[in-house]
Design a binder for this molecule. Structure first.
Ligand code: PEP
Ligand code: MN
Length: 338
């Protein structure tokens, strides 16, 4: 349930209203002060709240019922776009943000070299996996804490904030110290204990869609993080499983406009894990910008043939630079910047 307040309701009155509602109905309130209107979202067991009673309150202009199970992530609760800031890099504004780097951090020199190259090519965030959730227990599992150290060194050298994937709540202290944004991977999208843990963090979260999960399930996972108090969530479409085998996954481009309609949270697209093949990454990246993605996450390696994970889908730095140049044209065509 959402209460749309009358124009000119002061902050004091909004605060008093929230206190009254929370005490009387044992629910939580989520006031959003927008430039156009102020709304108060009611969260919890709102069946206790009689619609006619709240509609009659002095400050309330009208009551909107929210059918969707996600509340804080819902655009009805928060009509304006959320802008998530990662050490000064704004995600969800006019600028389309490029996040690039290797699938895995493999050595200090490897991440340092790729970080400098993707920065030159136009990236404003650096990615790199340190804890790798691999399908096979025999595959490279990542450099773990050492990888996070190298990422931070690369950040200190280039100024690019770093994004890395967490796989276990016990890693949280390490991420708080070394990372600027925490990635929750597709395989962990419904690891609810992990979602609650990152929800208690102050770090922004890049939440990837599970390959067998619906848009609504993705939004419910975001809701876990938001409901623990962390408002800085960026969603990421990275391909879903279909009957098609020509690509590693099928990039669900429809999910981007659907998500932009349903939620105020920024939306990224990862064309690398969707395609699984380097040659398809650029066209999918351009399409993603065209349908409204707020940013792209792209895997870049200095020698994909030797990569310890996901070699076939990683771009060379010069291929990434060419992609960025083309994406800039698409962004301009739809009134955005890159
Ligand atoms: C990754 O970004 O390296 C990754 C493992 O992605 P996903 O969780 O989308 O498979
Ligand atoms: Mn990868």
């Amino acid at each position: 349930m959402i209460l749309v307040l009358k124009h000119g309701t002061t902050r004091d009155k909004v605060d008093a209203l929230c206190e009254l509602l929370e005490g009387k109905y044992r629910i939580q309130t989520n006031p959003i002060f927008g430039s156009e209107q102020t709304v108060v979202g009611l969260v919890g067991d709102t069946s206790r709240v009689p619609e006619r009673d709240v509609a009659g309150l002095d400050e309330v202009d009208r009551v909107v019922k929210v059918q969707e199970p996600y509340k804080r992530a819902n655009r009805k609760f928060h009509p304006e776009d959320t802008v998530v800031r990662v050490r000064g890099v704004e995600i969800g504004g006019k600028r389309v943000v490029m996040c690039a780097g290797p699938c895995s951090v493999e050595s200090r020199d490897q991440i340092a070299g790729i970080a400098a190259a993707v920065k030159d090519a136009g990236a404003s965030l650096l990615r790199g996996g340190a804890f790798k959730p691999r399908t096979s227990p025999y595959a490279f599992q990542g450099l773990k804490a050492e990888g996070l150290h190298y990422l931070k060194e690369a950040r200190d050298a280039t100024g690019l904030p770093v994004v890395s994937e967490i796989t276990n709540p016990a890693q949280m202290d390490l991420f708080e110290e070394y990372a600027d944004m925490i990635q929750v991977g597709a395989r962990n999208m419904q690891n609810f204990e992990l979602l609650k843990e990152v929800g208690r963090s102050r770090l922004p979260v890049l939440l990837k869609r599970g390959f067998s999960n619906s848009v609504q399930e993705l939004l419910m996972s975001a809701e876990y993080i938001l409901s623990e108090g962390n408002p800085n969530v960026v969603l990421c479409e990275r391909g879903i499983r279909t009957f098609e085998t020509a690509t590693r996954n099928t990039l669900d481009l429809s999910a981007i406009p659907v998500l932009k309609a349903r939620t105020h949270l920024p939306v990224f697209v990862d064309p690398s894990h969707a395609a699984g093949v380097a040659a398809y990454v650029e066209p999918l990246a351009l399409a993603a910008v065209a349908v409204g993605a707020d940013g792209l996450e792209i895997e870049v390696h200095d020698c994909p043939k030797k990569a310890l994970s996901d070699g076939p889908q990683q771009l060379l730095p010069e291929q990434f630079a060419a992609l960025v140049a083309k994406a800039r044209g698409i962004a301009a065509a739809i009134g955005r910047e890159l």
